[in-house]
Design a protein around this ligand. Structure first.
Ligand code: A3P
Length: 326
């Protein structure tokens, strides 16, 4: 979600730098080849989410848990330094090797660059189950999935339209719902929301216990329990007295205040022209927009909310996935 995008309503799909990010349609060659290049390590951790589900928040959370809850160690590292993106070229912040637009143009496998990063590595991705290297699909490393209720996701996504550089013609909220919350695979970056979450959910048993689902709404309501669950999953022992401090450190207002994670996050050196967007104030503002569970109630009409329920209700029931909407 960090490329200049063009919404072409008449063609019914989004083109991102000439590529559709839909899992079912043409995808970037580099990501396609990820499967063929499988050098995952047992102690790798991967955070996966649909865009606008609280990805950056959960990267901060998982990174902190991986560091045994030591706030001092993590707080001065830029949010884009805390994980290695599997599918999005990120600016090279620290000089550490990461994939770049150039390497993607050359169709290099995005994971090659991660080889020089010492263990334990934290990866992040908006890709779903089907794109993972084979060893990940069979449970070699630990995968943390962040899920957020779809009404909040669609509203959060819709407000990306406020970035003037993002769209030539900004989609309406109804068009965003049509693109994200229907069966269509080729209208949205990373495809339909339901396909994304259900692919992980339906394949969870194949990861043999090495997959852990975290809900945005639980992070909001009871971060302490979320931290304990993650610590258990990642085999980290965290003293009880640290948990409250960690939860506070991860609160919206606290993260907002920290220039390494907050709204106007510090300028980072962009080494790829397509990422200029990340330098815009509008993008930085939307990075942490509001951070609440029920903003959708004021942003969606009753008809839009009911349309979402009509489409998703039975589908989610069928696979046994439940969300909290307030
Ligand atoms: P809103 O647009 O609803 O405010 P992602 O990182 O996947 O793009 O997700 C962005 C969403 O996560 C935004 O939602 C953002 O405000 C929210 N978010 C980021 N940090 C947060 C935090 N510490 N607490 C709650 N929400 C947070």
């Amino acid at each position: 979600d960090c490329f200049k995008a063009e919404f072409k309503a008449e063609e019914k799909f989004r083109i991102v730098n000439g590529m559709s990010f839909s899992p079912e349609a043409t995808h970037i060659e580099a990501v396609k080849s990820m499967n063929a290049y499988d050098k995952m390590r047992d102690d790798d951790v991967i955070v996966s989410s649909y865009p606008r589900s609280g990805t950056h928040w959960s990267i901060a959370l998982v990174d902190l848990v991986m560091h045994g809850g030591d706030i001092e160690t993590v707080k001065d590292r830029h949010i884009h330094e805390r994980s290695i993106w599997m599918d999005i070229p990120m600016p090279n912040i620290t000089g550490k090797a990461e994939m770049s637009i150039d390497s993607i143009k050359k169709q290099e496998n995005p994971m090659v660059a991660a080889e020089s990063t010492p263990s334990p590595r934290l990866f992040s991705t908006h890709l779903t189950y089907d794109f993972m290297p084979e060893s990940v699909k069979q449970g070699k490393c630990k995968v943390v999935i962040i899920l957020r209720n779809p009404k909040s996701v669609v509203v959060s996504h819709h407000f990306l339209n406020d970035i003037p550089e993002y769209y030539d013609v900004a989609p309406t909220i109804d068009q965003t719902i049509d693109a994200m919350l229907t069966d269509a695979q080729d209208q949205m970056i990373y495809g339909s929301w339901f396909n994304h979450v259900s692919r992980w959910w339906l394949n969870k048993d194949k990861l043999k216990g090495n997959i852990h689902f975290v809900f945005y709404e639980d992070m909001k309501k009871n971060m302490g329990e979320v931290i304990k669950g993650l610590a258990k999953f990642l085999n980290k022992s965290i003293p009880d007295e640290n948990i409250e401090k960690m939860a506070e450190h991860l609160q919206f207002d606290q993260m907002l205040k920290n220039p390494k994670t907050g709204k106007a996050f510090e300028n980072i050196k962009i080494d790829a022209e397509s990422l200029d967007l990340m330098e815009t104030d509008a993008f930085k503002d939307l990075h942490m927009r509001k951070g609440v569970i029920d903003d959708w109630k004021t942003k969606l009409t009753m008809a839009q909310s009911e349309r979402i329920d009509a489409f998703l209700g039975s589908r989610l029931d069928k696979i046994g996935l439940k969300f909290q909407y307030e």
